[in-house]
Design a protein around this ligand. Structure first.
Ligand code: UT7
Length: 330
């Protein structure tokens, strides 16, 4: 078999300028900065203005990633999102065209907070199969718009943003090469994180929909339990597949759902706190955008061995590894 790996060659991020602090939320609902920080590690999140949709955040992140990769085009555009601009069509074709990539394959991935890792795996698979040479993978979300205004169990968690990477065909022993992937799903937990209305089961109709059915609902405690167990198991699987011990990992860049989840995962893996990266304090849980936003902030140096792990609605989960390349974040 030829050695044809997906190599990270560009990274760009984009968050909306408006900062919503915990104190701002406490003015709107029965919560407090103290509760939110203690239970989640979140201090503030970014929120898109009413005129900004997911594609708008995605395009700017994509532009920055392409620039970081040297400004050349790609053969495929994958947008991982929980909050597509519309039910139909998917968001990626518009994003691709606005990035002057009309004509290349473009599709969305919906794996909620695991979407970015699923998107990486899809892009890496297309490269490994020889179908394409360069792929733009974007995670972009306008999550806050789907929070019921009075639901303190979700509104304090989620935020908006976008991050993107460019993958190119290369060798598995190069810096930046993504290692094996572990992906999984369990539809038995599909009710734990959900938006009920707007799809084929409960369409938006002239008769309207039940109150709040178009907002996100989450059983946080159950999700928490599954998230820790699945991220630990999935991380162990990829480490075993790539032949690294936990001590070989320089940095855990996990989906930024909640600092307690990341700490519980780190504790169970035996990975010291100093190796766990956290920026959930500044952005909250940005779902499919959180891993690229974290990669951009993690202060990684060329050669650092990085473990990525995510968990989200579906239920879905996924992990992979890479050795950090010499790139400038756009
Ligand atoms: O991105 C992937 C998917 N999502 C996640 O990974 C999220 C996973 N879950 C979590 O992060 C946590 O479960 C939450 C942060 C959502 C909640 O933390 P928790 O420690 O699991 O709290 P809880 O839901 O068990 O609630 C504890 C108490 C309850 O009050 P009682 O019943 O003990 O009186 C809640 O009503 O805290 C109350 N509560 C709040 N109080 C103040 C819930 N939300 C809030 C709030 N402010 N925002």
């Amino acid at each position: 078999m030829t050695d044809r790996a997906a190599v990270l060659t560009g990274l760009g991020v984009n968050v909306p300028p408006h900062v919503l602090t915990n104190d701002d939320l406490a003015e709107r609902m029965d919560t407090s900065d103290e509760w939110i920080r203690a239970r989640t590690g979140i201090r503030e999140r970014r929120v898109a203005d009413d005129d900004t949709a997911t594609a708008d955040l995605a395009v700017e992140a994509g532009l920055r990633a392409l620039k970081s990769a040297g400004g050349t085009g790609v053969d495929a555009v994958i947008v991982a999102t929980t909050t597509p601009d519309r039910i139909c069509p998917s968001t990626a074709p518009e994003v691709a065209s606005r990035l002057d990539q009309t004509g290349v394959m473009a599709f969305d991935i919906g794996a909620v907070c695991s979407g970015f890792v699923y998107g990486l795996a899809a892009g890496a698979g297309l490269i490994a199969a020889g179908t394409v040479d360069r792929v733009l993978v974007i995670g972009a979300e306008v999550m806050f718009r789907f929070m019921a205004p009075a639901d303190r169990s979700t509104a304090v968690i989620f935020g908006d943003g976008a991050g993107a990477v460019v993958l190119r065909a290369g060798r598995s022993d190069e810096l930046g090469a993504f290692g094996p992937f572990d992906l999984g799903a369990d539809g038995g937990g599909s009710d734990l994180i959900r938006v009920d209305a707007g799809g084929s089961r409960l369409p938006a109709s002239r008769d309207g929909i039940p109150a709040d059915a178009h907002f996100l609902h989450m059983d946080g405690r159950e999700v928490y339990r599954h998230a820790v167990a699945r991220m630990v198991a999935s991380s162990r699987t990829v480490l075993e597949r790539v032949g690294w011990t936990v001590d070989d990992v320089d940095r855990l860049v996990a989906h930024q759902a909640n600092s307690r989840i990341i700490d519980a995962v780190g504790d169970r893996l035996g990975l010291p706190a100093a190796k766990r990266f956290l920026n959930v304090d500044r952005y909250g849980n940005t779902s499919a955008a959180s891993i690229p936003l974290a990669l951009a902030d993690a202060g990684l140096s060329p050669g650092d061995r990085v473990l990525l792990s995510a968990f989200g609605g579906g239920l879905t989960w996924g992990s992979t590894v890479l050795t950090w390349p010499d790139i400038t974040v756009g």
